[in-house]
Design a protein around this ligand. Sequence first.
Ligand code: NAD
Length: 337
Amino acid sequence: MKIVVTGGLGFIGSHTVVELQNEGFEVIAIDNLSNSSIEVLDGIERISGKKPIFENIDLREKAAVQNFFKKHSDVSGVIHFAASKAVGESVENPLLYYENNINALVYVLQEMTQLENSNFIFSSSCTVYGQAEVMPITENASVQPAMSPYGNTKQIGEEIITDVAKVTKMNSILLRYFNPIGAHESAEIGELPLGVPQNLVPFITQTAFGLRKELSVYGNDYPTPDGTAIRDYIHVVDLAKAHVIAMQRLLDNKNIDKVETFNLGTGTGSSVLEVIQSFEKVSGEKLNYKIVGRREGDITEAYANTDKANNILGWSAKLSLDESLASAWKWEQKIRS
Ligand SMILES: NC(=O)c1ccc[n+]([C@@H]2O[C@H](COP(=O)([O-])OP(=O)(O)OC[C@H]3O[C@@H](n4cnc5c(N)ncnc54)[C@H](O)[C@@H]3O)[C@@H](O)[C@H]2O)c1
């Protein structure tokens, strides 16, 4: 069966391509390389022994999307990762985000819904919950007003898919990721942040490697046990595997609703200081960090209730925070060597 993975050379997309190929799917990866590199294809091949078919397409180009689906009308499903994801940049340049994350989604859906097999998986985010009142967060927690244009594109994306599924044969699963980290254990693929990383783990590994002077810990006065903010860090390989399971559910027509939503996290919250301690333990490196004021827009805590994914998808995260950080560190050392 042929599965299309948009953003297939990106961080989560590349790991998902590997897991799909490991399960025997034929994969067509689409990417415009705006936040990834063509060498990722070699990394994927070294791991899984197979290169996916690759199409360098910018999904903002409607005609290119149409041509692609004309050529590949026999695909069984689409996993849509392609998007811009830098929260700060989305505040500076909202139209770039609306164009890339919404127009591209609409163009893909316009073609997808014409296909015989219309199965669609969407990369959403726990940002839709904002600062949820109850921890851990279930899928029933209310969606809060978005705090950035990026977050808004995830909410609007979910709404577009829900509207479209009502009136077409498309079935869809919305996956709300918590905080994906780590890299493939082979260190053949991983995260490649452009410029100064906005996420904690790449900042930690770059600082430990000496690329950054020190890590700023934004706030130690949050109402948490050690005062630093709490997140649910999930290994990217666990996350990738959930996509394969979700796609298989759609292919087997096992979905109960036309649109289903699942949280993907470990179910455990870790504070910034706990992440630093874990990193120091697995890497043997002493991390240079300082406590600074809170960062605007950051919430106190977010971690997932994963019961729905555990019970309905039969999926749970297997890899620990230590394993995730060890893999991220191995990857950082590999790409700098
Ligand atoms: N990484 C996270 O922390 C996180 C958390 C929640 C949700 N998500 C979502 O998951 C998805 C994947 O995230 P990621 O971390 O792998 O990001 P990424 O930037 O590594 O991957 C996205 C890929 O899509 C490609 N792309 C972007 N715009 C495109 C376009 N118009 N046409 C074709 N290709 C395009 C990029 O070149 C990149 O390779 C995104 O939708 C993101 O919003 C990510």
